[in-house]
Design a protein around this ligand. Structure first.
Ligand SMILES: *[C@@H]1O[C@H](CO)[C@@H](O)[C@H](O)[C@H]1NC(C)=O
Ligand SMILES: *[C@@H]1O[C@H](CO)[C@@H](O)[C@H](O)[C@H]1NC(C)=O
Ligand SMILES: [Cu+2]
Length: 563
């Protein structure tokens, strides 16, 4: 009976309209997304060894946070581990919510061990793409990290590229067989910083290119003839990485949660702290294909590093698990040309609605940095001859211990920090241990020439990924050797990359520019964790603007420092 079918079709159509209305309403109003992250001990078997690691919610990598632009994120953090820690939402602007940045001793004191709690709550506004979260104390972020994915408010039609068939998060990590806090502690006692890792991981797993038979390996099944969006995050602690998938190429469409002009490449180069979103077409002959990652070692002197290769597998639907997999040819570990080509080729998408590069600069700074050798401190009991030391503009950053810098700023606590971080490298040799900040007014435009320095012939230089909290910056230019003002002619003021972490070339430079539109204390530091406790860091103090651009009061559960 035809009319019945018609009725059914009409009813179905009405349902569909209602459903779409419901979906549209959901998309239009910002949601509150709530998670509880319990940090605690987790038993794991990796590289044929049983160990206890510390994770969020027993997961490695930790839980993926997925939100839409404009949502409010609420994370109840419970620290059941034996270590004081904080959680950092890497790349989130934290506009007027600086108390939630999770930078240990900078924006908060750590959450106390054995049951301490703190609730992070902030809006994620005006940014979308792939970010991540991680612990921000000791070496704990080696196992306490996860993806933070911000979808366009409109849904997939909001992407400035054809909506992908599926999205695949790829979290690259670094693994130690030993307890990572011991690795950090021994590094301090010896004066050498953390030791070489035992493996690189893809989504927490080493893959099968090591001597441990039965190592776990990440595998993803794909369908032929589709476009996948790989959300690649370098969560490794101390190393930059090359990443490839055999038989496939990529189109990079975003980095650090800022869209780029499409960039075709067969290799991804990624520094700790950075993210890369890349489209991958599954148009290879049906089969199994290894994805692989290994270290890009940029050091100009020879120092041992982890030469292992992490693998995962892309398997086409219907292909048996035992089919042999093709292996990609990764660049040589020291292939600075491939690394430089990738890092320097990206440009921002620069749509009419995107922020434009500010043209007047209020603060011109040159910040040089590097590593040197210093006499062992008396408590560095295993130290032989010298200890490593690092600095920015010859200030070796000292973490405060009584209150966080943000609390000191808010309450006007004297004697916690000094406002004399120099605008230029001082001509005098030697280092000053200090908690020095650079003070700027609300909305000032800051330009920083980041200059990698060879302080010590014996230590040489290496590529340092410099990460800025609280802001994205425009990356105006990069180069090898020493920056000089004539190089301002090379600035890209039209469509520069927009990032939160820049891999400054070994012995070279990068120029960044940002608008200080967010009151608070914002850490700028090397994202090789080994260099952070050595002092390769500084802080921007950004004053309140006219209302409503003010730093609000902290929450009542804001953690206190304990000594
Ligand atoms: C966060 O978003 C909520 C809801 O839109 C708003 O009421 C609140 O003021 C925002 N908070 C900040 C710090 O901007
Ligand atoms: C991937 O497939 C899409 C859709 O067919 C196409 O537009 C795009 O050019 C392809 N990309 C590459 C790198 O082949
Ligand atoms: Cu560094």
């Amino acid at each position: 009976m035809i009319w019945e079918d018609d009725n059914r079709a009409m009813a179905q159509a009405a349902m569909l309209v209602l459903l779409m209305l419901a979906l549209c309403t959901a998309a239009a109003s910002a949601a509150i997304v709530e998670h509880t992250f319990k940090v605690g001990g987790t038993n794991i078997n990796q590289l044929c060894m049983n160990s206890v690691i510390y994770t969020a919610n027993q997961e490695l990598p930790g839980p993926t946070i997925e939100i839409s632009e404009g949502d409010t994120l609420v994370i109840h953090a419970v620290n059941e581990s034996p270590y004081p820690l904080s959680l950092h939402w890497h790349g989130v602007y934290q506009l007027r919510s600086g108390w939630n940045d999770g930078a240990n001793k900078i924006t908060q004191c750590p959450i106390q061990p054995y049951g301490g709690k703190f609730t992070y709550q902030f809006n994620v506004t005006g940014q979308e793409g792939t970010l991540w979260w991680h612990a921000h104390s000791s070496l704990l972020r080696a196992t306490i990290y996860g993806a933070l994915i911000i979808k366009p408010r409109k849904g997939p039609s909001g992407y400035p590229f054809p909506a992908p068939y599926e999205e695949i998060p790829i979290l690259l990590g670094e693994w130690w067989n030993r307890n990572v806090d011991d690795v950090e502690h021994d590094g301090y006692l010896t004066g050498l910083g953390p030791q070489v890792s035992d493996a690189i991981t893809i989504n927490g797993m080493t893959g099968d290119q090591n001597s441990c038979k039965g190592s776990s390996m990440y595998e993803v099944e794909v369908e032929y003839g589709k476009t996948y969006l790989l959300r690649i995050i370098n969560a490794a602690v101390n190393v930059e990485l090359f990443f490839k998938v055999a038989g496939h190429t990529f189109t990079v469409v975003a980095a650090d949660a800022s869209y780029t002009k499409p960039y075709d490449t067969d290799v991804i180069v990624i520094a700790p702290g950075q993210t890369v979103d890349a489209l991958m077409n599954t148009t290879a002959p049906a089969g199994r294909y290894y994805m692989a990652a290994h270290i890009f070692d940029s050091k100009t002197v020879s120092i041992p590093f982890d030469r292992s290769t992490a693998t995962g597998v892309v398997k086409y639907k219907g292909v048996p698990d035992y089919a042999p997999a093709a292996m990609p040819a990764l660049p040589r570990h020291d292939d600075v040309v491939t690394a430089g080509k990738f890092y320097w080729s990206l440009t921002g998408l620069a749509r009419p609605t995107d922020p434009v590069v500010p043209t007047t600069v209020d603060h011109n700074m040159v910040v040089s940095f590097g590593l040197d050798q210093a006499p062992c401190a008396p408590d560095q009991t295993k130290c032989r001859g010298f200890a490593l030391v690092a600095a920015m503009n010859r200030n070796t950053f000292q973490f405060p211990d009584k209150v966080s810098l943000l609390e000191a700023l808010y309450k006007g606590v004297p004697g916690v920090y000094s406002e004399d971080f120099p605008d230029f490298p001082p001509p005098v040799p030697g280092f000053r241990k200090a908690t020095a900040v650079k003070k700027v007014n609300y909305n000032d435009v800051v330009e920083v020439v980041l200059q990698s320095e060879e302080y010590s012939r014996a230590l040489g230089t290496e590529n340092h990924p410099i990460h800025l909290h609280g802001f994205d910056f425009f990356l105006l230019a990069q180069g090898l050797g020493r920056f000089n003002p004539a190089m301002k002619s090379r600035y890209n003021l039209v469509d520069p990359q927009v990032r939160n972490t820049v891999a400054v070339p070994a012995g070279g430079w990068a120029v960044i520019r940002f608008t200080a539109n967010n009151p608070g204390m914002w850490f700028m530091h090397c994202h090789l964790d080994a260099h952070l406790p050595l002092g390769l860091a500084m802080v921007f103090e950004v004053l309140n603007g006219p209302a409503p651009n003010l730093l609000p009061p902290p929450r009542v559960d804001y953690p206190k420092c304990r000594r």
